[in-house]
Design a protein around this ligand. Structure first.
Ligand SMILES: Cc1cc2nc3c(=O)[nH]c(=O)nc-3n(C[C@H](O)[C@H](O)[C@H](O)COP(=O)(O)OP(=O)(O)OC[C@H]3O[C@@H](n4cnc5c(N)ncnc54)[C@H](O)[C@@H]3O)c2cc1C
Ligand SMILES: *[C@@H]1O[C@H](CO)[C@@H](O)[C@H](O)[C@H]1NC(C)=O
Ligand SMILES: *[C@@H]1O[C@H](CO)[C@@H](O)[C@H](O)[C@H]1NC(C)=O
Ligand SMILES: *[C@@H]1O[C@H](CO)[C@@H](O)[C@H](O)[C@H]1NC(C)=O
Length: 346
């Protein structure tokens, strides 16, 4: 262990340089107790995180109660530390989720988010009968926000090396504590067959709008206005590894978006870019300690954030710190954990 102590700080390695790895690194550095290094195969702008929309909103991510707690912590962290810094690329925006059918139940994250309310009639487009609203939601221009995370991480003393890890023992040569923020990469690196891709395609356009609006009932349709552009989405294609945009998806996204917001009909927009990312989907986020080599090596897993990586990022980073410092399995998590239900077609 003494090998890992430099200036009485403990050396920690994070694998992965997406929004999860970077947020976790920043939280660790801010304690002043750790030296943090990131190793990552891909660096921004080439991560899945860079392809996200991205909006604060719990979506395609489990378990619901912990996602609610971590989403609320993330919202608070944004308000305390990030929003207001123009370099962060973040903006407060109202978000409406809308339904074509009556939706009696509030979302499971409702108890954690004080500003949750039901949508007013005037917030519902034609054909929609019900909706949710969060007035103090926020959006991120993902490329700007990822650069901001990299700069913040480096300015706190963190270092980043482009390096793929094929075997976790490569990391153990130099580090006793490793944090696994590899997202979909965990499928190979940790042989976790419970994690699988959910393909998302988005369209970037010039125009902006005053709120984020989304329908995720049967097919996904959303409009997310950001600082420098607006994102139209989306798709959720499970087990699809194709990282290239398809014309068919573009057509279908535009058709669906026109139904929630005719202002964004095909003939009224200018497409700037079409992007695809593979969400790291799992029946639930894995955030727990795993010990190796007779207990002398610790891996803190923090992956499987599905469609909500940004939404839960700071909550999960703070949780990873708590779990790591406790040095025991995450009790909170274990208590809630049910038998894994593999959804992946192995
Ligand atoms: C179209 C789309 C829209 C989305 N919209 C939203 C949204 O509105 N709001 C929201 O909260 N979320 C959204 N998401 C989800 C969000 O993008 C993900 O949950 C998030 O990016 C996951 O972050 P991550 O850091 O775990 O993964 P990644 O960004 O994939 O980072 C993983 C990192 O690990 C590295 N890595 C993997 N394997 C290895 C290895 N063996 N060795 C070294 N490095 C390795 C990779 O190179 C990469 O740097 C969206 C996703 C998509 C695709
Ligand atoms: C991102 O990918 C592109 C295309 O493969 C490559 O040219 C570029 O160097 C990569 N950027 C980083 C920071 O790795
Ligand atoms: C991360 O966890 C997954 C799942 O257990 C595993 O396959 C992968 O090897 C782990 N990666 C690291 C770097 O520990
Ligand atoms: C989008 O921009 C185009 C060209 O600038 C403009 O003609 C159109 O009215 C705009 N649409 C919206 C929804 O703002």
């Amino acid at each position: 262990m003494s090998l890992n102590k430099v200036n009485s700080k403990t050396d920690i390695l994070i694998i992965g340089c997406g929004c999860i790895g970077l947020s976790t690194g920043i939280v660790l550095l801010k304690t002043g107790k750790y030296n943090v290094q990131i190793w990552s195969r891909d660096l921004p702008p080439n991560t899945t995180s860079n392809k996200a929309a991205a909006l604060w909103y719990p979506f395609l991510c489990n378990p619901p109660d912990l996602v609610g707690k971590w989403s609320a912590e993330t919202m608070q962290y944004f308000k305390d530390h990030i929003i207001g810094d123009p370099k962060s690329g973040t903006l407060i925006k109202k978000v409406n989720e809308i339904f074509r059918r009556e939706h009696k139940e509030d979302p499971e994250w409702r108890p954690y988010v004080q500003s949750f309310r039901r949508a007013r009639k005037d917030e519902l487009p034609e054909g929609y009968v019900d909706g949710f609203a969060v007035d103090d939601g926020f959006v991120m221009d993902t490329d700007m926000y990822m650069d901001y995370l990299v700069q913040t991480f480096k300015s706190l003393g963190g270092s980043i090396e482009q390096r793929e890890v094929e075997d976790i023992r490569e990391a153990f040569v130099h580090y006793d504590t490793v944090i696994n923020c590899t997202g979909l990469g965990s499928r190979e690196l940790f042989k976790d067959k419970l994690i699988y891709p959910s393909r998302g395609q988005i369209i970037v356009i010039k125009n902006s709008s005053e709120r984020s609006i989304m329908d995720e009932e049967d097919h996904i349709a959303y409009v997310i206005p950001r600082i420098s552009n607006t994102v139209l989405g989306g798709t959720n294609q499970e087990h699809d590894y194709n990282t290239e945009p398809t014309k068919q998806d573009t057509e279908e996204i535009l058709k669906r978006v026109a139904m929630i917001s005719p202002r964004f009909a095909k003939n009224r927009i200018e497409i700037q870019d079409v992007k695809v990312g593979l969400r790291p989907s799992r029946h639930e986020i894995r955030l727990e300690n795993e010990f190796f080599e007779g207990g002398s090596k610790l891996v803190v897993h923090n992956y499987g954030h599905g469609g909500s990586g940004f939404t839960v990022s700071w909550g999960c980073a703070l949780e990873a710190l708590r779990v790591m410092e406790a040095g025991i399995p995450n009790l909170l998590f274990y208590k809630k954990q049910q038998q894994p239900k593999p959804q992946s077609k192995l």
